[in-house]
Design a protein around this ligand. Structure first.
Ligand SMILES: Cc1ncc(C[n+]2csc(CCOP(=O)(O)OP(=O)(O)O)c2C)c(N)n1
Ligand SMILES: [Mg+2]
Length: 695
């Protein structure tokens, strides 16, 4: 058996691995098994809470595969990821402390077993979402490719995950772009209770490689060297720039899916039959037979692992728990100086990219040239692309076609297909490419062709991008922007007219911005690109052609600061996006009747500018809130609640009024479409009534 492996052409020495590395593999297999047995005991003692997915039985896949990597290579892992972490070099003290929910755990007690991640070790994390790591691997692979060099990424996933849409979108995208990713299916025969036979139409998951035009390989996942060999072949392929490989490693999990599993879907005989092929003694015996180590040395390795585990428990038990006063730390990447004084202090990226004299909210002298919102956005993107190689644009038809709304016109010709990257129609993989590449050192600006279709990318956005920083204990940043053309008024009906910003606002970890002028479009977009958090950039389609003065040099408009567009003493009107324009028109009409509106353009929905709203309401005593999204659950409710809880409440001279979209999918008929969202006359009527109302 040994000889057979040694004869492979690409292996010059038996296994192509030094004796030290082979022994390290054996040690890590023991360590993984013992770690999990101990973790399970701790769980039974009530010291580990939540749930835990053990990989016992599957160690040969994790350890065999990662043995084929260099330390600077990357992995994405799964909910069953203890073996991946240990193989990648994670310290088991901090792993155990994480399970025990301690501050010194790998993720400072914020992630637990399902989110164990360490970017310093090249691990983009375990993942509680089945298939969640697969789109991230596209981003990781893309970052590796764009940054140059020959690093690769292994993407681990289960047989169950192979039936998620993310699998198809991601592998296709990685194959099209020849990304250096090895797709490694840990086929343990079940996705919870569903056997592969019941869940997969094709007998062999590796056969699916044909559909993506990449090599596919099936391997004995109980044999660490067979896994190593197959992965090594795929790594060589990937390092050479030839793209991904799909490997199906046949293995088995000894424990149930998780603690609550009664295992009614499999027989004891089946489990015992697989245990006869236990990968650890099999590997140990082969090393002994090959003279790599003696039986005594092998036994000593196991004892060493036992001692390490005992020490990890002892260490973990003594570690402090996280303090409740730090509960919300690290949801966002914060630049303290910027947060303290955003109107004077530049984000670090702006200073690096454009210099310390880059203006914040620069004035627009009368002779300032005018641009449309589209042109202003394009100028921001062009200046960011010129300034920083890490910035790239990605989205459907943004390149050759210049984007569905023409916003990226000419950028493909100027910066080329790598940095203005057309994608297959795969929203979840696009968002995954943004998230995965941003945690791997890039600064992507993604475009979702219509905001409506972020619904197809919500998993990567909400469950990955928004949470990664926090889940990973504050050790990762996700500097990405998603541009989201939004809103009705184009006759495109219900599925191309959404205003979903309040969905996004409700997700801790996301920032949300919505400019209403060309000046803000440019300044806010540069500020969004500078931000080290995922920023959702909501663009009103109806405003793309709106013109206004825009300074030529780079500048920023800080996120989180509202603008008072018009001063007035009778009614405060807070509006977002296109509604700002309508409110200003209404204000001009009402001024002729002697009613003066104070118009606040929110600009940023998260964070948002409470002080400007409170100050204004204290002056006017009346508040009208206007947005396009449906009223119920819309962002206006947040503003009203905030004012009701603020000192401004005592100044109110009339009940607050909200205007928003009707409770209806946007209809096709122009007449109905117009009626579905606030128009100038609705705002005039509501504001007039409010101005005359007394409590
Ligand atoms: C998107 C999603 N759907 C369902 C679940 C619940 N769940 C967690 S693990 C799992 C089975 C996954 O099977 P597989 O991918 O084969 O991995 P394995 O558990 O066998 O390692 C399920 C259904 C989940 N976490 N995420
Ligand atoms: Mg499985």
């Amino acid at each position: 058996m040994l000889q057979a492996i040694a004869t492979h052409a690409y292996l010059n020495t038996p296994y192509d691995l030094s004796p030290e590395r082979l022994m390290d593999m054996l040690y890590k297999m023991h360590l993984t098994r013992l770690f999990e047995e101990t973790a399970f005991q701790q769980y039974s003692l009530g010291k580990v809470h939540g749930t835990m997915h053990l990989c016992a039985g599957q160690e040969a896949v994790a350890i065999g595969a990662i043995a084929a990597l260099r330390p600077d290579d990357l992995i994405t892992s799964t909910h069953r990821g203890h073996g991946h972490a240990i193989a990648k070099g994670q310290d088991i003290n901090t792993m155990m402390a994480e399970l025990l929910a301690k501050e010194t755990g790998v993720c400072r007690g914020r992630g637990g077993s399902m989110h164990m991640a360490d970017l310093d070790l090249g691990s983009l994390g375990a993942n509680g979402v089945v298939s969640g790591g697969i789109p991230l691997s596209v981003g990781a692979g893309l970052a590796l490719k764009l940054r140059g060099g020959d690093r690769v990424c292994i993407c681990f996933f289960g047989d169950g995950a192979s039936n998620e849409g993310a699998f198809h979108e991601s592998i296709n995208m990685a194959a099209v772009w020849k990304l250096p990713v090895i797709y490694l299916c840990e086929n343990n025969q079940y996705g919870m209770s569903m056997s592969v036979k019941r869940a997969n139409s094709a007998a062999d998951i590796a056969d699916r490689a044909v559909a993506y035009g990449i090599p596919g390989d099936t391997v004995d996942g109980m044999d660490a060297l067979a896994v190593y060999e197959a992965v090594q072949r795929a790594v060589v392929h990937a390092r050479a720039g030839s793209g991904p490989t799909l490997i199906n490693a046949l293995t088995y999990r000894y424990y149930g899916h998780s603690k609550s599993d009664k295992q009614r879907y499999r027989t004891k005989e089946e489990v015992e039959a697989w245990k006869l092929r236990d990968p650890i003694p099999a590997f140990r015996d082969r090393l002994i037979a090959a003279g790599i180590l003696t039986a005594d040395e092998a036994a000593a390795l196991e004892v060493k692992a036992q001692q390490a585990i005992a020490a990890a428990i002892a260490w973990g038990d003594q570690q402090p728990e996280p303090a409740v006063e730090h509960l919300t730390d690290d949801v966002y990447h914060v630049e303290p100086a910027v947060e303290a004084d955003p109107e004077r202090v530049l984000p670090a990226w702006v200073e690096e990219a454009f210099g310390p004299d880059t203006p914040i909210n620069p004035p627009c002298p009368p002779n300032t040239r005018e641009l449309t919102c589209s042109e202003a956005l394009r100028e921001a993107m062009r200046q960011a692309l010129e300034a920083d190689q890490r910035v790239f644009l990605i989205g459907e038809d943004i390149g050759v076609y210049w984007g569905a709304f023409g916003v990226t016109q000419g950028l493909y010709e100027e910066f080329g297909p790598d940095r203005v990257r057309d994608t297959p129609i795969s929203e979840n993989a696009i968002v995954g490419a943004c998230v995965g590449s941003s945690v791997s050192g890039m600064r992507p600006v993604g475009e979702i062709q219509f905001m409506d279709f972020i619904t197809l990318g919500m998993e990567q956005l909400v469950l990955q991008g928004a949470k990664i920083r926090y889940m990973f204990g504050g050790k990762a940043s996700v500097p990405m922007v998603l541009r989201l053309p939004a809103g009705s008024g184009t006759g495109a009906a219900a599925q191309h007219s959404e205003s979903l910003e309040s969905w996004l606002v409700n997700v801790p970890g996301l920032k949300v911005v919505a400019p209403s002028t060309p000046y803000d479009a440019k300044g806010l977009l540069l500020a969004a690109i500078a931000d080290n958090n995922p920023v959702m950039f909501v663009e009103s389609k109806l405003l793309y052609k709106a013109r206004g003065p825009v300074p030529e040099d780079p500048y920023i408009v800080p996120l989180g600061k509202a603008a008072i567009r018009r001063h007035g003493q009778h009614v405060t009107v807070v509006a977002t996006s296109i509604m700002v324009v309508r409110v200003l028109e209404a204000a001009a009409n009402l001024a002729q009747e002697g009613i003066e509106l104070e118009v606040i353009d929110l600009r940023s929905l998260k964070p948002y500018d409470r002080e400007t709203i409170i100050g204004s309401v204290q002056r006017t005593g009346r508040l009208l809130v206007v947005h396009e999204a449906p009223l119920i659950g819309g962002f206006g409710g947040e503003i009203v609640a905030m004012v009701a809880q603020s000192p401004a409440f005592a100044y109110l001279e009339a009940p607050i009024v909200r205007l928003g979209g009707a409770e209806v999918p946007i209809p096709y008929s122009p007449k109905l479409e117009r009626a579905a969202v606030p128009q100038v006359e609705d705002i005039v009527a509501a504001a007039r009534r409010l101005a005359r109302t007394e409590i």
